[in-house]
Design a protein around this ligand. Structure first.
Ligand code: AMP
Ligand code: MG
Length: 450
């Protein structure tokens, strides 16, 4: 990596050249798909690590998980009642059985002499007994002084092998139970715990650093704003989104509009062993949009700057001098959100070994017209109509500075570059707010159309 002085000198030179040639160089924009494939080319799948099952929720499995045992582990009673020995035809209504003891859930498997044993749900089925009759279907004919049942009569016929949960009926030993790329959720924990697995191989969580630029930004919520200042909303948003996306935010800083502080931030991100660095702001065409030049001066390769997407067209992607991918998100909050959702998140999926995302196809509720030859991402609501059919609508207030409509959104609509007039009823791509977050569905149509 070049020294800070060298970087500064190169940066100044680049700035002067750029200003002389063209004070406002236009962005050479590429299309969404091309940009995304450049990003995906630069990211590698991260290594697997053994994770205790108790900590695995929210991690992505790195390998197929196989069961190490049978589930249920032994034949057991599915009902409170009586285990009986019957022949292949079962036992007829009215049959009488002498009861020779009780087997409760948790009792070790035992042998009994006789043809019937009282059982509770989950009890081992006593050896030699082959059906279970629920307690409601018997009439107790005799008890001893302690209340123990001694004899029963069947109210209904009892077929052989009823109400027995067989060993391995749910999961057989060595059966593949979860696949690589699957997100570990509470139901996965239930199965892993039921099988007594202590560790699973998960893909290491991607380590992400966030550098916010802009001398107008105030990080401390309690600090009063001075004239011209705004609060840093992108930083906390991205930190939260990173965690929700199955990654970890390992470093976050705000650096004003000073290239030196930005470079110091990059060095800190490197020290924090970031797998990807994100920045916000300073990638447009303004006087203070220093990121492209300072990145180049630091030895990074800018792989694209400018994508035909709205919001978010100044998006920049580079490979830092140490090979770490760098995604420069625009400063406008919704542009930053779109850049993260549709470029950083696909990169995170690739790092996590997850397949490419596929959107839902949902009919547009109202016509949508777009003139610009760009891909659009729209703050949207997905809803179910009275018949349960899905529909989607773009929310009012699509400007990229408007945060409030994002809170009303439960999904993103994606409109491809080539589309112009989208009639009502036409199918559009619908994505969740995050790649691990399926789109919400609104069941109150009136709320949507308000
Ligand atoms: P920039 O991309 O730096 O030109 O910023 C575009 C707009 O986004 C400006 O109005 C900035 O004040 C605003 N902005 C930049 N960074 C942030 C941030 N971290 N939080 C909220 N707004 C921001
Ligand atoms: Mg700025």
């Amino acid at each position: 990596m070049p020294s800070l002085t060298q970087v500064r000198a190169r940066f100044q030179r680049a700035r002067c050249n750029a200003q002389m040639i063209c004070p406002r160089l236009p962005l050479l924009m590429i299309g969404h798909d091309e940009a995304l494939s450049i990003v995906l080319d630069q990211v590698v799948r991260l290594e697997p690590e053994a994770c205790p099952v108790s900590l695995a929720r929210g991690c992505v499995l790195a390998k197929t998980v196989r069961s190490a045992a049978s589930l249920p582990p032994f034949d057991n009673a599915a009902m409170d009642g009586f285990a009986l020995r019957v022949d292949d035809h079962g036992a007829p209504a009215g049959a009488v059985f002498a009861v020779s003891g009780i087997q409760a859930a948790g009792d070790p498997a035992r042998g009994f002499d006789g043809e019937a044993v009282e059982v509770t749900t989950g009890a081992c089925v006593p050896a030699g007994l082959n059906t279970i009759v629920p307690v409601e279907q018997v009439e107790v004919q005799e008890r001893d002084d302690a209340g123990t049942v001694l004899r029963i009569r069947l109210r209904n016929a009892a077929p052989i092998r009823q109400h027995i949960r067989r060993a391995g009926e749910d999961v057989a030993p060595n059966m593949p139970i979860m696949g690589a790329g699957e997100l570990v959720q509470p139901q996965h924990l239930m199965l892993l715990e039921a099988l007594g697995l202590t560790h699973v191989a998960v893909t290491r969580k991607p380590r992400i650093a966030v550098i916010c630029t802009g001398r107008e930004l105030v990080d401390e919520p309690a600090q009063a704003l001075e004239s011209g200042q705004i609060r840093n909303s992108n930083g906390p948003f991205l930190a939260a989104r990173i965690a929700a996306a199955g990654a970890q935010c390992v470093y976050r800083t705000t650096v004003g509009d000073e290239p030196d502080r930005f470079l110091a931030g990059l060095a800190q991100a490197q020290q924090a062993r970031a797998d990807m660095v994100l920045s916000t702001g300073a990638v447009s065409m303004g006087r203070r949009d220093f990121i492209p030049d300072v990145l180049r001066a630091s030895g990074a390769t800018v792989l694209f700057h400018g994508v035909r997407i709205r919001p978010g067209k100044p998006l920049l992607f580079a490979r830092l001098s140490d090979g770490v991918p760098f995604l420069g998100l625009p400063g406008n909050p919704v542009a930053a959100a779109v850049g993260f959702r549709f470029f950083a998140e696909p990169a995170l999926r690739a790092m996590l070994g997850m397949p490419r995302e596929r959107p839902l196809q949902v009919p547009l509720h109202a016509a949508f017209e777009k003139r610009a030859p760009m891909s659009f991402y729209l703050k949207a609501r997905l809803f179910a109509d009275a018949q349960g059919g899905l529909g989607t609508t773009a929310l009012p207030g699509q400007e990229s500075f408007r945060i409030f409509p994002l809170v009303g959104a439960n999904a993103w609509i994606g409109i491809p570059e080539e589309a112009s007039e989208m009639a009502a009823g036409r199918l559009v791509d619908v994505y969740g707010l995050g790649h691990l977050q399926p789109p919400g569905i609104d069941f109150e149509m009136n709320e949507v159309i308000r």
